[in-house]
Design a protein around this ligand. Structure first.
Ligand code: ZN
Ligand code: ZN
Length: 134
């Protein structure tokens, strides 16, 4: 029978699964010796659930440019920056694709292929409104 294992955020799925399985098998062996039932890693799947960017404010003081006040927000997951103008609420429904995000250009690509093509270029263009030193 297949068992599933949830990988905590930020952990490498393969490494984590192997560690957990090893731990389980060690205990199993200690308890039951050769009569134990050791687990094996069968496959690593990806969760298909969509996750959304979680933004937090970067600047302490609201920036005003051309009479347009805004705050800069960063997603703690994919590290993309966005601007929140005026008194608009912080967006909560922006889909988060860390693996398709070029952080230098602050751009999210629509597919792995486009992202891969993009990473081959030498010159990335950082938007001028992004905070320095990122
Ligand atoms: Zn994100
Ligand atoms: Zn780029």
């Amino acid at each position: 029978m297949d068992e599933t294992l949830d990988v905590p955020e930020g952990k490498d799925p393969k490494q984590y699964a192997e560690q957990q399985i090893k731990r389980f098998n060690d205990i199993e062996k200690e308890r039951y010796g050769t009569k134990g039932n050791p687990r094996e890693l069968v496959s690593i799947g990806e969760k298909t659930g969509v996750i959304f960017c979680v933004f937090k404010k970067v600047n302490n003081v609201t920036i005003i440019r051309n009479n347009n006040p805004y705050d800069i927000l960063i997603c703690s997951n994919c590290k993309i920056f966005i601007r929140r103008f005026g008194l608009n609420p912080t967006p909560t429904q922006i889909k988060c694709y860390p693996e398709l995000t070029c952080n230098e250009c602050n751009k999210v690509f629509k597919s792995q292929k486009r992202y891969d093509n993009h990473t081959k270029i030498k010159y990335h263009i950082t938007p001028e409104w992004m905070p320095d030193g990122v």
